[in-house]
Design a protein around this ligand. Sequence first.
Ligand code: HEM
Length: 409
Amino acid sequence: MTPATTPATTPALAEDFDVAADWHVAAPYDFLRRLRAGQPVFRSEHLGAYVLTRHADVRAAYGDPARFSSEGSLTISRSLTPQTRAKLGEHGSFLSSFVANVDPPDHTRLRRSVSRAFTPRAVAAMEERFRRLNEDVLDRIAPRGRADFVAEIGHEPSVKLTARFIGVPEADEAFVQAHVKDWFMLFLSPQPPARQLELADSFLAYLDYVDRLVAARAKDPRDDFTSLMTSLIGDELSHREVVELISTILLGGNDTVPNQLGNSVLRLLREDAWPVAPASIPGAVEECMRIDGASLGSFRHAVQDVVLHGVTIPAGSLVLLSTDSAGHDETVFPDPERFLIDRPNAADHLVFGYGIHFCVGAALGRLQLRTALDVLGRRLPGLRLAPDASVAYRRSLVGRGLSALEVEW
Ligand code: HEM
């Protein structure tokens, strides 16, 4: 577990974000409330970005790709050292053709291809498999009476479901999981120089793996996402686009859903709302996303000078659309720091984004969260935090996820 070096409550006079401090991810809400009230367009020296914090502004910026571009928005590579960049070579700008990282017209074409795999029927067909994967974990763990929810319960079903969906053979799952984590750390979480070089090696090995998977499916197609996307190479998609899609969807599936599940379970236990009655599960999932979203926001670049609330955001500036703050905006969600399992408009959170880049996996994410809460609530109705459980979050610019969560039942 990451040792707590700084307090997890917002310092009373926090004047900027601070990725090295625990409060930045764990409890930024005092700070965000003050920004919404007094500086809705905030220049963060620490993030090197302008931060939009009001729900209406965040939503409007997501909906305005002509002024807020997604190009290069996922790769916060300015934090990489020259040595790391040299090692990565052409892959330093990796993700440059990933669907979330491009604007129309490329985005329109890529989005159409990806969406083919996420039809309502295809998503619904994954429910039974996911339910079974959750039951399997609990068959193994339940007799023990105690576990680290993050490491031992929350991740495995999503990792396995995503692997099957993509077409990663079971024997390679552990390899993929380890490397996807390194990928995330390298590009989206600030790292010291020596660690960057290690992570870069791991990332290159991962890319090489995905490249070989695409080549194998091109030769011998199966019933999986990789084969479907590979069949579009030369027609709708390039080889590189397919490799980037697959590597990134593995991250989406392996990490964001389990992070959201961990945040949700912690919230429900602390609110004394465990187990959730089946009829309340869909609402609980939305309220947990609103109040403890696994995604903190999305980056954009201002295409032109944008004047908002009297502040000029100069063309070319990096802008963070803080969905975390938007979910706590008191003008949309009254009494926002209170958890209300049946809050009528909880689903108006922006944790899946909004507009043309709205999360293509949102229905699959929701399906997994609902199914997991259903199975867990039934199998472990007495779930509670372990008395010695300390709660620590991974340090990240864009994601909220627990590094461990000790539970008993
Ligand atoms: C709770 C879980 C999840 C959260 C919080 C989440 C969050 C997001 C957000 C905020 C965006 C918008 C990014 C932007 O506008 O810059 C996004 C896009 C995307 N997500 Fe998710 N996601 C989740 C699950 C998934 C899953 C399960 C998949 C696929 C298996 C997935 C695949 C994608 C893809 C491909 C995009 C890019 C869409 C586009 O640019 O058109 N996500 N996600």
